[in-house]
Write a protein that binds this ligand. Structure first.
Ligand SMILES: Cc1cc2nc3c(=O)[nH]c(=O)nc-3n(C[C@H](O)[C@H](O)[C@H](O)COP(=O)(O)OP(=O)(O)OC[C@H]3O[C@@H](n4cnc5c(N)ncnc54)[C@H](O)[C@@H]3O)c2cc1C
Length: 445
């Protein structure tokens, strides 16, 4: 059995990115077909509770959560040093929410805007004409489905199932994500907590751990570590042993997932093709969160795709503004942060304790700025203060030589890489040279 459908665009994956983009394109009057391999209600259920910055709702024109979707609202959180019990306040409000219900809400917006969502429908391959995508093939309840559309969008999450099946000649990197390029995130849902166990939002940046609100009076004890799931599990055990030895609790459930921890593909577009969200590795380098950072690209993608569809020209040149607008702004900031954080993650513990105490890393100001603007804007005063803390630390021996030189090198390469992305070429002709330089800079990082 086989059947055929036709639309203006087909989006593979109806998670947060796919559903949001489908909504936006539906609102613009285009015929959207969204395919989702899971059944209705399932996407997001392996995560459960997640967080969204309060300021992003207005930015992306999403009504605030209500009812069962809303777990709690927190006006601030606390950042903790590797050792010691002097936390820093991070005055930055978050919503704590139920992910499957949030995704269902976005899917509802998309459907109300006219998008057709096909659940239980799995992408199986691209339809190509002269090497260019003209639609996709999928499988639904054992039946083959062909969907023809002039634009194919990959919003399939970390595995980027469409991107990896593109012909190489289209100019988007097609290699699958390396398993070492994930953050493996483990969430332990706890309740019956000891009275002195931290409540609210708590970040432990050195351990890449967090303690956040769970259901009712419970908490989520989480960690995100690169390399391997086993590493994440071990580091989580060590973290709990160190900070909360023998603390009373009941483990309600344990779940885990993968979030990308690497640079995005150098191009997000090809002829008749766009990639967004986790499929394009758009997670925030400092937290691994990717819902709203994916929306940034979806918002630009919707405008770019609508202009191209209106023109009847879905060439790489017409879709190029997505690359330019994404990489010159959020993409550049994320590239700079990634370059810095890779080094910060390797700093010896004593160095981090010293830098934390002197507000050089993970200060309230830095964390607020990072969340809000995705970069830390340093005026001359703060630059001087940072330089004094680094030099003072080195002279007093509180900052190791290794840490000192690594930090200086990281600042330099982060600055260079961010600037390079801010100069992302305005047209594909200049792209090969830009890409060669970017590869060199990432090599240095
Ligand atoms: C444990 C954990 C906790 C997290 N917490 C947060 C948080 O608090 N805040 C935050 O902002 N981010 C968080 N993230 C990251 C966030 O979940 C992702 O960045 C975000 O969901 C990415 O959205 P997406 O739509 O790109 O991908 P996904 O949400 O992965 O959606 C992709 C969809 O594509 C579907 N799909 C895949 N393959 C196919 C196929 N072959 N055919 C059809 N459909 C397919 C999938 O079923 C899925 O529904 C967390 C991640 C993890 C793992």
């Amino acid at each position: 059995m086989s059947r055929e459908l036709e639309g203006d665009l087909v989006i593979v994956g109806a998670g947060t990115a796919g559903a949001y983009l489908g909504w936006r394109m539906g609102q613009k009057g285009y015929r959207v077909i969204l395919i989702e391999k899971q059944q209705a209600g399932e996407p997001g259920s392996h995560i459960g509770i997640f967080h969204v910055d309060e300021i992003r709702f207005a930015q992306f024109e999403i009504p605030l959560p209500e009812g069962d979707e809303l777990i709690a609202h927190y006006p601030e959180g606390r950042a903790w040093p590797p050792d010691g019990d002097e936390a820093k306040m991070v005055r930055y409000p978050f919503y704590v929410m139920e992910m499957p219900l949030f995704i269902e809400r976005l899917q509802g917006y998309a459907a109300n805007a006219g998008a057709r969502i096909l659940f239980g429908t799995e992408f199986t391959g691209l339809l190509l004409d002269k090497g260019r995508p003209v639609g996709i093939e999928a499988c639904t309840a054992g039946e083959k489905l062909t969907i023809r559309a002039p634009l194919v969008v990959d919003a399939s999450g970390v595995d980027g199932v469409v991107r990896v099946s593109l012909p190489d000649e289209l100019g988007v990197e097609t290699g699958p994500i390396d398993p070492r390029d994930f953050l493996y995130v483990i969430l332990q849902y706890w309740d019956e907590l000891a009275p002195d166990f931290p409540r609210g939002l708590n970040f432990y940046p050195f351990h890449k751990a967090f303690i956040n609100p769970g259901y009712g009076e419970g908490a989520i004890v989480g960690i995100g570590q690169p390399e391997k799931l086993e590493t994440a599990s071990k580091v989580q055990e060590q973290f709990l042993e160190e900070r909360f030895p023998g603390v009373g609790h009941r483990l309600v459930k344990k779940t885990w997932g993968r979030t990308p921890y690497r640079r995005p593909p150098f191009s997000l577009v090809a002829d008749s093709f766009i990639v967004v969200g986790d499929a394009a590795f758009m997670t925030k380098p400092f937290s691994g969160e990717g819902v709203t950072s994916g929306f940034t690209a979806c918002q630009i993608a919707a405008e770019t795709a609508a202009a191209a569809l209106k023109k009847g020209d879905l060439s790489r040149e017409q879709l190029w503004p997505l690359n330019v607008r994404y990489f010159r702004d959020q993409g550049a900031k994320f590239a700079g942060l990634m370059a810095q954080l890779v080094v910060a993650a390797e700093l010896p513990r004593d160095d981090v304790n010293y830098l934390f105490s002197r507000d050089v890393v993970f200060s309230s100001y830095d964390l607020e700025q990072m969340n809000r603007h995705f970069e830390v804007r340093m005026g001359p005063g703060r630059l001087l203060k940072t330089a004094a803390a680094l030099l003072g630390g080195r002279l007093s021996g509180k900052l190791s030589r290794k840490g000192f030189t690594a930090l200086l090198a990281a600042m330099k390469s982060a600055g260079a890489i961010q600037k390079h992305y801010e100069r992302f070429p305005g047209n594909p002709v200049d792209f090969p040279l830009w890409k060669a330089q970017a590869k060199r800079l990432w090599g240095e990082v």
